[in-house]
Write a protein that binds this ligand. Structure first.
Ligand SMILES: Nc1ncnc2c1ncn2[C@@H]1O[C@H](COP(=O)(O)OP(=O)(O)O)[C@@H](O)[C@H]1O
Ligand SMILES: [Mg+2]
Length: 244
């Protein structure tokens, strides 16, 4: 079987720059690629620019310079809903579910960019991944636990049938057993054929889940390579794995 790298990049960033206002240069020429079928992790401290990168790829932030290619097509600066329609979905940092909508209604919001009216198969798929969401389908999003809200946020993204699923800090604020469950599901979604681009401050978990990783510091990629090699790198151990 050919390796994911041999299948070529599904996502490719070239010299991407993003700014907030005039002064805050959050991304300073970032280049990276994610190949079809891979799990790639992006690690880095708070403020490194990870969320900015995810938002720029998802079309929620317009890059100042550089290119974003998805499946060989330039998507930089395209409206967010069109990017979703092409198969790129972001599970945002902090989950951002709709607290006053039910689980079913939250999931339905994830399918908004799709043309059909009936999403029975998609709901069933999500309830298969997260049975607890099926049990609580009529409950309001805001009444779910943190872990269930994260599951709902992932489920909502899955309703759009993504080819590339991006997750921004999915383990943030969750108890270790829930983090296990979230990472198991990420791996299962990947085995179903979805390419994963994962942002984490929890470097240990991210490097264990990914095949390759990029390390970001103040808006730039400073290191990249095989996740297992990076996990053994002394400077990574010291900077990112020391306290975990
Ligand atoms: N909406 C915003 N307005 C101004 N500056 C921002 C905004 N969002 C992020 N920043 C700044 O951009 C930099 C990168 O932030 P961010 O992408 O959120 O990093 P990370 O996700 O790695 O913690 C930081 O210096 C942060 O303060
Ligand atoms: Mg962030």
């Amino acid at each position: 079987m050919s390796s994911p790298q041999a299948l070529g990049p599904i996502l490719e960033l070239k010299e991407l720059h993003c700014v907030y206002g005039k002064k805050i240069r959050a991304l300073k020429g970032v280049s990276l690629e994610v190949c079809l079928g891979e799990i790639v992790a992006l690690i880095g401290n708070n403020g490194a620019g990870k969320t900015t990168m995810m938002r720029a790829i998802a079309g929620q932030l317009k890059p100042e310079q550089g290119t974003v290619n998805f499946s060989g097509r330039s998507i930089g600066g395209m409206p967010a809903h069109e990017i979703v329609r092409l198969g790129v979905c972001l599970v945002p940092e902090g989950r951002r579910i709709f607290p006053r909508l039910s689980v079913m209604e939250n999931l339905e919001m994830g399918a908004y960019a799709r043309p059909r009216a009936d999403f029975k198969q998609e709901y069933e798929h999500v309830f298969g991944l997260f049975p607890v969401l099926g049990e609580r389908r009529r409950q309001l999003g805001g009444t779910l636990s943190g872990g269930e809200q994260q599951m709902l946020a992932i489920g909502r993204a899955m309703m759009a049938a993504p080819k590339l699923l991006m997750l921004d800090e999915p383990s943030m604020g969750l108890a270790p057993v829930i983090v296990d469950k979230v990472f198991e599901t990420i791996s299962r979604i990947n085995k179903e054929g979805v390419t994963i681009f994962l942002v984490e401050q929890n470097a240990k978990r991210a490097l264990a889940a990914a095949s390759r990783a990029y390390v970001m510091e103040t808006g730039q990629i400073v290191l990249s390579g095989s996740a297992s090699v990076l996990a053994d790198n002394p400077s990574i151990k010291k900077a990112y794995l020391g306290l975990q």
